[in-house]
Design a protein around this ligand. Structure first.
Ligand code: IVH
Length: 669
């Protein structure tokens, strides 16, 4: 392919990919499969690898740059990013309407009402149709440059269909589904949970690694044009239509309304259960005067424009009776109280449990069993008790105190200095142990397929498995009597248990469930100490010397391995033949390796290693090297300035691997 042809094809691919991003992420109507999309992307990557000088920042391949950010630059907004004043009821809305009408007396105008998305305000700058900078609101005057992170958001167009210079404002947010997924993953990794989607969105956009941001699946609804060159936008409604035409995602639930009565009706249509049906969080309704020509006359107060107002939903609350408080012992031994409520409807769902967080919260609320309580949905996901309706006390209420001893093992519960949680630290505690086994087998830990919570609980209750090491002595006879366990699933389970013996050390370290040791720390420790014995023998100083391992983690590890029960489990695992060594990704990975049995040709310059090294790594993993591309070649690894071999590969339809994909296959990111 000539350079000219490559240029043409690159332009074509970019616009096709952009169109598919738009269909999938803005319209929610994908028209091709993920596989077909990947093919287009791979072809573009290959062409850009062959012609690196043709790469431009607005190429879809540039959404996730490999670069770690060092921090965020401050940027001064061209025009301040104002906030909105709030209305909390119909009366406040009528006051707002009266003020507007008195300021533009005699003029005719209408309103637009739209959803107030609960996320993070961002400013997006396009110069000549290309996205050049995105920033947070900050204090309204100065925000932070988060361009690299915003580029990862696929509903954000990197190029516009016209060469416009425009500043667009909008709300970056995390869909409810993604929020739940991220929290599930964080829980499995022993990381702190996000309180609500807004915090999760804000936390994500402040990440210094755009790769992580990319995995969060954020989205953006745009809701204002900050400024635009060479175009007059006379109404807010037409501005939103323009944004929509330019490829931005604009929330469809917006309405042009003739007067404040119609606005109030619209607002009321969203205060009930309808809100719970949205796939994202909203915290109110924004009402804007539609005709922008009146904005200068309406002006702004110190912080907010007089042509718009935010109707804020009251946190939805309901009264119900506290039936009981149950305490659960988690994997780390933390004992958490949960309120059992008389079921009640709240913000579109029936609530029968509420979190009480910890002992301090129970004391602060001064709550008794049998109390009438007010429950509220915090961040609209997890209900919590806000207060006790003391007027409704009958005298029959009973005080509740947190147990002093573990309900499952009887061991004394301990509250560590500086912590709100009380814990059962008995390593033999059944609850603690059962949760520990559930964690051990989980996907990110030892990844034992077919061992869900229910089976673990059955195995645990029947005393067949009391610690993770017992899994390795299970037999067919042990499994067959379990509920819904046939010969075939029992065999599959035994196979996956056996397979897990070969896992690399980091999975085992994470699976042991040592406090403060998440997936990342486990990997760092495995890489540094090579074997479990190496880690067990390491001194505190040696551990703290490892990057990313702090004193709290080091002490927790020491304490964990010092326990006699830990040592017993470790010895059992050793005898069962569980691998205690780190399998460095540079070591051949047997049949799992994507390189295994495949024929490779190398061409061009790689940034991270020379070709000899790349060849060695491929051979180590079971791949074969040849010098020239033929129809028997499985992959061409193409670095920069790849030449005729790349053309040949294209011609023959040989798959092309770029350096990033190669590094990913190697497990190096
Ligand atoms: S208009 C000049 N429209 O709410 C005011 N804001 O305090 C421009 N928000 O910071 C804001 N959805 O982050 C507007 N449809 C919407 C909105 C919206 C969410 C946020 C925005 C702003 C805050 C208002």
């Amino acid at each position: 392919m000539t350079r000219e042809q490559a240029m043409g094809r690159i332009a074509q691919l970019r616009s096709v990919i952009q169109e598919h991003d738009y269909k999938y992420h803005v319209l929610d109507q994908p028209s091709i499969s993920d596989f077909e999309y990947d093919q287009l992307m791979q072809e573009l990557i290959a062409l850009e690898t062959a012609h690196p000088d043709l790469i431009t920042p607005d190429s879809p391949t540039q959404r996730v740059g490999g670069q770690l950010l060092e921090g965020f630059e401050k940027v001064t907004h061209k025009a301040p990013m104002l906030s909105l004043s709030n209305a909390f009821g119909a009366e406040d809305l009528r006051d707002f309407d009266r003020r507007v009408r008195s300021l533009i007396a005699g003029e005719s105008f209408d309103y637009v009402a739209e959803l107030k998305i609960d996320g993070l305000a961002v400013s997006l700058i396009y110069e000549n149709g290309v996205f050049v900078r995105g920033a947070t609101r900050g204090d309204g005057e100065v925000g932070e440059d988060i361009t690299a992170n915003l580029k990862t958001i696929k509903s954000l167009p990197l190029v516009l269909p016209r060469s416009l210079t425009i500043e667009v404002r909008g709300e970056a947010y995390l869909p409810k589904r993604e929020f739940e997924r991220i929290n599930r993953e964080r829980e499995a990794a022993g990381e702190a949970l996000f309180a609500n989607p807004r915090n999760a969105a804000a936390g994500s956009l402040r990440q210094l690694d755009p790769k992580i941001v990319g995995r969060r699946n954020l989205s953006i609804f745009t809701y204002a044009i900050g400024s635009i060159e060479g175009e007059a936008v006379e109404t807010h409604a037409s501005g939103m239509n323009l944004l929509q035409k330019l490829g931005f995602k604009v929330n469809p639930e917006r309405r042009r309304l003739p007067d404040i009565d119609a606005v109030i009706e619209f607002v009321e249509s969203w205060t009930g259960e309808r809100r719970a049906t949205l796939p994202y969080e909203i915290d109110g309704i924004v009402i804007k005067v539609n005709q922008t020509s009146f904005y200068p006359r309406l002006g702004t107060t110190a912080k907010s424009p007089r042509w718009a107002i935010a109707y804020k939903f009251a946190a939805e609350q309901a009264e119900t009776v506290l039936r009981d408080i149950i305490v659960n012992v988690g994997r780390t031994g933390a004992v958490t109280p949960t309120a059992v409520l008389e079921p009640v409807r709240l913000a579109g769902t029936t609530v029968s449990r509420a979190t009480l967080h910890n002992e301090d919260m129970i004391r602060e609320l001064d709550v008794m069993l049998g109390d009438t309580v007010v429950v509220q949905k915090a961040g609209d996901i997890i209900p919590e008790i806000v207060r006790v309706v003391t007027d409704k006390r009958t005298g029959d209420e009973r005080p509740f105190s947190m147990p002093t001893h573990c309900s499952e093992c009887g061991a004394e519960l301990i509250r560590f200095a500086g912590e709100a949680a009380i814990r059962c630290i008995n390593p033999q505690c059944p609850a603690h142990n059962r949760e520990g086994i559930i964690h051990f087998v989980s996907r990110d830990a030892m990844n034992i397929d077919g061992l869900g919570e229910q089976i673990v609980t059955q195995l645990f209750d029947s005393k067949l498995v009391q610690d993770p090491a017992d899994l390795y002595s299970l037999s067919m006879e042990d499994l067959l009597p379990l509920e819904r366990m046939g010969q075939k699933s029992a065999q599959n389970l035994l196979d996956s248990i056996a397979r897990s013996k070969e896992n690399s050390l980091e999975r085992l370290i994470f699976g042991l469930g040592i406090r403060f040791i998440g997936e990342k720390a486990a990997k760092v420790l495995a890489d540094h100490f090579d074997t479990l014995d190496g880690l067990m023998q390491a001194s505190l100083d040696e551990m703290v010397a490892v990057p990313e391992i702090g004193p709290k983690m080091a002490e927790s590890i020491k304490e964990y391995f010092a326990q006699e029960s830990t040592q017993r489990v470790i010895e059992k695992l050793r005898r069962a033949g569980v691998n205690f060594a780190y399998k460095r990704p540079t070591v051949m990975m047997s049949e799992d390796s994507p390189f295994s049995g495949k024929t490779f040709v190398l061409t061009g310059t790689l940034a991270s290693m020379d070709r000899k090294e790349a060849g060695r790594l491929i051979e180590q993993r079971g791949g074969k090297l040849t010098g020239s591309v033929s129809k028997n070649t499985d992959y061409l690894l193409a670095g920069e300035k790849a030449g005729s071999k790349l053309d040949k590969a294209r011609e023959l339809g040989v798959k092309v691997l770029d350096e990033a994909a190669f590094l990913e296959w190697l497990g190096i990111e």
